[in-house]
Design a protein around this ligand. Sequence first.
Ligand SMILES: CC(C)(COP(=O)(O)OP(=O)(O)OC[C@H]1O[C@@H](n2cnc3c(N)ncnc32)[C@H](O)[C@@H]1OP(=O)(O)O)[C@@H](O)C(=O)NCCC(=O)NCCS
Length: 200
Amino acid sequence: MEKHKRQIAVFGAGGHGKVVVDAIERNDGLAVACVVDDNPQPGSAVLGLVVVGGRDALLARRGDIDGVIVAIGDNRTRMEVAGWLGAQGFVLQRVVHPMAVVAPSATIGAGVLIMPGAVVNAEARIGANAIINTGAVVEHDCEVGEAAHVAPGAVLCGGACVGTCAFVGAGAVVLPGVKVGPAQLVKAGTVAARNVEQGN
Ligand SMILES: CC(C)(COP(=O)(O)OP(=O)(O)OC[C@H]1O[C@@H](n2cnc3c(N)ncnc32)[C@H](O)[C@@H]1OP(=O)(O)O)[C@@H](O)C(=O)NCCC(=O)NCCS
């Protein structure tokens, strides 16, 4: 008998929704229950799954859903939607692609997405609804804040900190112990050698 798969709703039908659906479908224990979007386009689909509607459609299916992941790239919007879901009583589901490597001593928050080829090393802490994107490296003792995004190929060296809603661009490197403040940006392909705060 096939084991029960957790039924996961995906909130967000854009490009990011596509990779989230793919990551869920590759997990033995998870299945996509439905895809919803705040702006559902008539007849639209994500990897062959019809977008069933918006927040009302999600609420109507509540009984069939074990968890929800917010598949929206914009950090603030992802955090806002996750807040709404929590207030509605939905469980925020973390999704770890089977080709990611996550140390058992790492802490992974609710609603986090970890993509293929990413490495999250010993005692790293990943806050709720963060994205650790394809091939990113989060070294030992790093802290990634709530709804932050570590983009494809970026490297956080040991003990680096990334604040709430911060964005570390593709291929960027944050040197050991460096702090990226809340909502701050590290440009793609650059090196953050000093703390990144508002105005510097
Ligand atoms: C830093 C960033 C936000 C700048 O965006 P922007 O303000 O819209 O900048 P523009 O695209 O208008 O480019 C402005 C100039 O900066 C240059 N530039 C932009 N990003 C750059 C980067 N990361 N490194 C070096 N130069 C960059 C552009 O070539 C352009 O130069 P020009 O004026 O000589 O033509 C953006 O380029 C970036 O790094 N985004 C991260 C993207 C990413 O990692 N996405 C992952 C998604 S999964």
